[in-house]
Write a protein that binds this ligand. Sequence first.
Ligand SMILES: Cc1cc2nc3c(=O)[nH]c(=O)nc-3n(C[C@H](O)[C@H](O)[C@H](O)COP(=O)(O)OP(=O)(O)OC[C@H]3O[C@@H](n4cnc5c(N)ncnc54)[C@H](O)[C@@H]3O)c2cc1C
Length: 421
Amino acid sequence: MQTAGLLGVLGHDVTVFEARDRVGGRLETVHDGDATYEAGGEWIDADQPRLHKLINSIQGGLDEAVREPSLAIFKGEVRRTDDLWPDLVEDETAAQLSARALPRHPELPAWKNRKFAKYDSLDLASFLKQNCQSERGFWWMNANLRSDEGDDLNRIGLLGWLTGYIHYIDRENLNRGESEMSAYRTPLGFSRLLEAMQGAMLGELRLGQVLRRVTQLAGKVTLHFDDTSEVFDRVILTLPPPCLEHIVFDPPLPSAKRCAIEACGMSRAIKIALQFKQPWWNERGFCGRFHCDGALQQMWDGTRGGAPVLIAYICGERAVEWTSLTEPVSAALYELSQYFPEATESFERGWIHDWVHDPYSRGAFSHYAPGYALEHSQNIVVPFDRVHFAGEHTATWVGFIEGALESAERVVQEVLHCDKN
Ligand SMILES: Cc1cc2nc3c(=O)[nH]c(=O)nc-3n(C[C@H](O)[C@H](O)[C@H](O)COP(=O)(O)OP(=O)(O)OC[C@H]3O[C@@H](n4cnc5c(N)ncnc54)[C@H](O)[C@@H]3O)c2cc1C
């Protein structure tokens, strides 16, 4: 949407094809009865300039998140995060200091860091194991980073993570910039923002068009959908990598490009939203946010106006397990009631959002697996003749909404440059 908007303003004739019957992709604000919450992307960091600018221009400002007091629940013991176990705090500090002491100045984009090749084959879980002495400390660091990365940490390459960590290192707070992370949300929800962008877009939007095939011949690109095909001068594909994998290219993509698409990690994350009669967590003296070592992993207050909603954000192998349950919402409520029995009484209804099996994302957001930063990340960005690639997986803010916006700016420059030459 952002790419189309930028090109339209520059006078290009743009058509957007979208497989779903709505715009937004992995951004979707659910309005169901009196409940409103974000089913996909939700949080905005303090230092994501493109997203701030966009939201400020359309919705006039951002909502500051209430993130404290929050809780940590480990082996049944509940602690406020301003009163954590000393061994956990020690491990957290040690791991943060070690992360800062690794490559002092990794560069962006990630593929430029050949001198740090030794980190590329390592994974983030091994790094944490080396730096945490206590079981609790390892659990805590693992739980926090797994939420950020959206998957189990043995799938996350250390160099790829470090190049993302650059965004945090410059933040003032040593605690991984915690106070600046997940600092804001959109006041009216992402769907409203996207509706406004759609309204302002100069160009045509066609919903329900599932791309199957891309052919290039004689300086033209043809897009083939189920019932129709259309010819263009240039095409920008913003499909997530696992969806791109299913597109047939004729002539075929160069092997380096295909490998970069196939090897790109895609996080496995789901959300389960639970609506309650009242925000019982306020009476309990916390903001609704907690990490626990049980099946729920992490919850927060997802209320975006209307009825109180708690969101469980579950990642990695656990997320896949949840998607195979016949009653995931009841299971989530049961798990929650183990720590907070009042949740059962207050419960009204719930929803699951399974991004792992969503046919048009096939995962939540991309990450660099071990080895990806140096071997593949450069190739995921490069165009293939008149076909260009954008989306969060092609940005330095990999995995973030900010990355999707960053990629729009980059790909527009790329197209302008190609048109000139
Ligand atoms: C559960 C969850 C939580 C998240 N939390 C955050 C967060 O707190 N903060 C944050 O910054 N980011 C978060 N993200 C990530 C963020 O939502 C994404 O990085 C961002 O929205 C991706 O934008 P995109 O334009 O690159 O891709 P998408 O939004 O996925 O757009 C790609 C589009 O391609 C379409 N498509 C796919 N296949 C086809 C096809 N064959 N034919 C036609 N169209 C097709 C899709 O329907 C989609 O609309 C989260 C994501 C999820 C799922």
